[in-house]
Design a protein around this ligand. Structure first.
Ligand SMILES: CC(C)(COP(=O)(O)OP(=O)(O)OC[C@H]1O[C@@H](n2cnc3c(N)ncnc32)[C@H](O)[C@@H]1OP(=O)(O)O)[C@@H](O)C(=O)NCCC(=O)NCCS
Length: 251
């Protein structure tokens, strides 16, 4: 995608991209009843149409005019797309309001963005500082994708997530910070998030296994031995255990 960055779209390419955007909305949005209504009432479609013209003007050396068009589109639709961003075709921006697409963002063909999505910078990077979405990525309502990271093709970002790291293709990412919970349709057992290691419990389990093994080998049950009235029985069991333990250590 980066290599095409300087490509100035022709008017024919712009028309084709708009047609592809319309097709995607008709296919993906069950609420879209006619092409006419999409063209005239869909904020996301209108914002993209304005972006496509602004992008061409920006690359042709008219940045101020391009920014005026982008600003007017933002006022009308609530969608702010920097004219320098590189956006593919067949895109759907559903509902629109509150979507922000930063200057160095790249959005691949077939991506879907819902309201409140930010493709932004973290404030720490210079140059390329906004995300790259490969093709057919879905970014759900309110999700924030921040920094010069790449979201792999066909991945889904859950509503309200904050994504700060690269995402492999065919993944589902949810949460703050965003973590991969599914990959290639299978759940990912994320140790950090779900199965927190418990070292104390692990140590107890290890000791229990050791006791059971010693009981088996010595024929002495530690529980009755310790419960018995008087230290003698317990001491005998413990010294028996210690003997076996020492033998084990020598082996
Ligand atoms: C992420 C999403 C796309 C579902 O993707 P998916 O690959 O089908 O994932 P699943 O539904 O199997 O969910 C996987 C896990 O993530 C959790 N999850 C899903 N979405 C989540 C979210 N937004 N935030 C936190 N956790 C979420 C699920 O509960 C599930 O957890 P579990 O495995 O412990 O049960 C979807 O949940 C989502 O966020 N859709 C929002 C779409 C949207 O913006 N609509 C607005 C229309 S106006």
């Amino acid at each position: 995608m980066g290599e095409d960055k300087k490509h100035i779209p022709t008017w024919k390419e712009i028309r084709e991209a708009k047609k592809a955007d319309l097709k995607t909305v008709m296919e993906k949005d069950p609420a879209a009843t006619s092409e006419w209504s999409v063209k005239h009432t869909y904020a996301g479609y209108k914002a993209l149409a304005a972006y496509r013209v602004a992008h061409r003007l920006y690359l042709k050396g008219h940045p101020t005019l391009a920014k005026l068009i982008a600003n007017d589109a933002r006022r009308r639709t609530g969608v702010e797309i920097h004219p320098a961003a590189v956006i593919g075709k067949g895109i759907m921006i559903d509902h629109g309001s509150g979507v922000v697409i930063g200057e160095t963002s790249e959005v691949g063909d077939g991506c879907i963005l819902y309201q409140g999505v930010t493709l932004g910078g973290t404030g720490k990077d210079t140059g390329k500082r906004h995300p790259t979405l490969e093709h057919d990525v879905m970014v759900s309502a309110g999700a924030k994708v921040l920094g010069p990271l790449t979201v792999g093709a066909h991945s889904k970002i859950g509503a309200g997530s904050v994504v700060l790291k690269d995402v492999p293709p065919y993944s589902t990412v949810v949460g703050v910070p965003g973590r991969v919970v599914k990959q290639d349709g299978k759940r990912v057992a994320d140790m950090d998030q779900i199965l927190l290691p418990d070292p104390i419990m692990e140590e107890f389990k290890r000791l229990n296994r050791r006791i059971a093994e010693l009981e088996k080998r010595t024929g002495v049950k530690i529980e009755p031995a310790l419960a018995a009235d008087g230290n003698v029985v317990a001491q005998a069991a413990i010294s028996e255990f210690e003997k076996v333990g020492e033998e084990d250590n020598r082996e």
